[in-house]
Design a protein around this ligand. Structure first.
Ligand SMILES: [Zn+2]
Length: 248
């Protein structure tokens, strides 16, 4: 099992892996926690750092991100994207997003995309660029936007074709029934499991603080939706993680 999206504080001392948890990808949402991700990953070999600026945290100086992004230990850029909830500066969000897309291109890393109330706009921006890959973290585009995301890839898969865009699902999959239908419509080689710790805690711990080990409940739910065993499901999802993030 791999939790492909967590936010852990450096002071969080119970970074317990939990049985069967092989790796955790640390998402960055501002400069400070992006730096912390790098430090934490130095300390714990099962943690893999991403660096990025979340669309709701665009007060940080985006020009300082490259110094972190070029670190060879960084496995992804993000989370970055657009979030059109509340009163937001859409122009500045877009600027920050484009700069992070360019960093992903320059350093050949996948993107961890945060798109809330803005999946169409994010897809439109991504479609302007070439050679990108990544995950729509906590995918919220519904059934109708799956095709659009998949169409970000070349249309005629050749022999060297490798899936480039993935869909991340979190603890809310355990209690939002509509999401089951979404998972059913996505090719299995595009699905990732996440926790978004400390938020989005799955059943049966909903209401408490989330932790990476609880990604197990997301795997369980996906196994149920697919009608497969836990082990078969784990094999498919973990292959997807390795293919996208090039870890292990
Ligand atoms: Zn996150």
């Amino acid at each position: 099992m791999i939790d492909t999206h967590a936010h852990l504080e450096p002071t969080f001392c119970d970074i317990s892996r939990g049985a069967g948890l092989n790796a955790v990808i640390l998402s960055g949402s501002n400069l400070e926690n992006s730096k912390n991700n790098l430090l934490l990953a130095q300390k714990y070999s099962f943690l893999y750092p991403a660096v990025g600026i979340h669309p709701q945290e665009i007060a940080d100086d985006i020009n300082l991100l490259e110094a972190l992004a070029k670190n060879p230990n960084v496995i992804a850029i993000g989370e970055c994207g657009l979030e059109f909830l509340g009163k937001v500066n859409t122009k500045k969000q877009e600027k920050y997003f484009r700069i992070q897309i360019e960093l992903a291109q320059k350093y050949n890393k996948p993107l961890i995309i945060h798109a809330r109330k803005a999946v169409d706009e994010v897809v439109e921006i991504l479609s302007e660029y070439k050679n990108l890959k990544g995950v729509f973290h906590c995918y919220s585009g519904g059934k109708k936007r799956i095709k659009k995301v998949l169409e970000l890839e070349p249309t005629s898969p050749g022999s060297s074709f490798e899936p480039k865009w993935y869909f991340g699902f979190d603890g809310n999959l355990t209690y939002e029934e509509g999401l089951e239908e979404v998972v059913k419509k996505i090719p299995r080689d595009r699905i990732l499991a996440e926790t978004d710790s400390p938020l989005l805690t799955p059943e049966p711990f909903r209401g408490q603080e989330n932790r990476p080990a609880y990604v197990k409940f997301v795997y369980q739910k996906i196994a149920y939706i697919w009608g497969k065993s836990f082990e078969e499901t784990e094999e498919i999802i973990d292959e997807n993680v390795k293919r996208l993030f090039k870890i292990f």
